[in-house]
Write a protein that binds this ligand. Structure first.
Ligand code: SAH
Length: 238
């Protein structure tokens, strides 16, 4: 009998993957994923069969994986957590009666937070600025309400060539609710090769350094930077 694992491989480096994810990949006959993610786990693949496609091939990959899982053990890999802008949702939407197991991973906001200090210590949310499947008006509305609600905000997919102005526009929305001294951090390639970390305030923010390999974290009204560490207090009296 076959089986399909939907695996979050974490932010990149193999040492940030869970043991459960690693064991599932080892157990698999076939590994399916975007070329770049397959490269990240190459040392685990040995002579396993690989089915990889470019970035836009998500639906094709998921259908193929479900089909292959009828009589083989198959892993579909996403970076970070497969249930956060990953493949878990699409797989379950397309699933008919295949056996599917979702295995969590360290998502980009957790990975970046660990590098920055403790910015996510209080209520926080993730917003993707990608408008491929979400209208930009809805993205702006969510950014506005998250800022009004004083959430710490992690912006996934913060910038791409096709929508260079969204990030600046969304930061301006946030500025209508937050002080200019609020910390904002950019982490590029968190916990993988090429990691770069920058911490600004909303007033000094340089968005030119942001790309699709980056995540942007904006503090809440209580967040601050101490000795280079981005902290959002939880409320302990210290
Ligand atoms: N499933 C993934 C997210 C995929 S969306 C997860 O849970 O992390 C792709 C976006 O995630 C990128 O544009 C970037 O904003 C963010 N991202 C993924 N890995 C990252 C990393 N190692 N460092 C910084 N940002 C990352």
């Amino acid at each position: 009998m076959g089986k399909l694992y939907v695996i979050g491989i974490g932010p990149g480096g193999l040492d940030h993957m869970t043991l459960r994810a690693m064991n599932a990949i080892k157990e698999s006959d076939i590994v399916v994923g975007y070329n770049k993610y397959i490269d990240m786990i190459k040392p685990l693949l040995g002579d396993k069969e690989i089915f990889s496609t470019g970035m836009k091939g998500e639906e094709e990959r998921c259908k193929k994986a479900l089909e292959l899982s009828h009589n083989k053990v198959v892993s579909v890999v996403s970076t970070g957590d497969s249930g956060i802008y990953g493949m878990a949702g699409l797989i379950l939407q397309l699933r008919v009666d295949e056996e599917v197991e979702v295995i969590p991973g360290v998502t980009a906001s957790s990975a970046a937070a660990s590098v920055l200090g403790a910015p996510l210590m209080h209520d926080n949310c993730n917003i993707s600025l990608s408008d491929l499947m979400t209208p930009y008006e809805l993205i702006q509305q969510r950014v506005n309400l998250a800022a009004e609600g004083d959430f710490v905000i992690s912006l996934y997919n913060p910038k791409s060539k096709g929508r260079p102005h969204y990030l600046g526009e969304c930061i301006n929305i946030i500025k209508t609710h937050r002080d200019g001294t609020t910390p904002i951090a950019v982490v590029k390639n968190a916990l993988r090769d090429g990691q770069e970390v920058s911490i600004f305030t909303l007033d000094t923010f340089d968005e030119s350094i942001v790309d699709m390999m980056s995540i942007v974290i904006i503090g809440n009204s209580q967040s601050y930077v101490k000795d280079g560490k981005f902290i959002t207090p939880r409320g302990y009296k210290v």
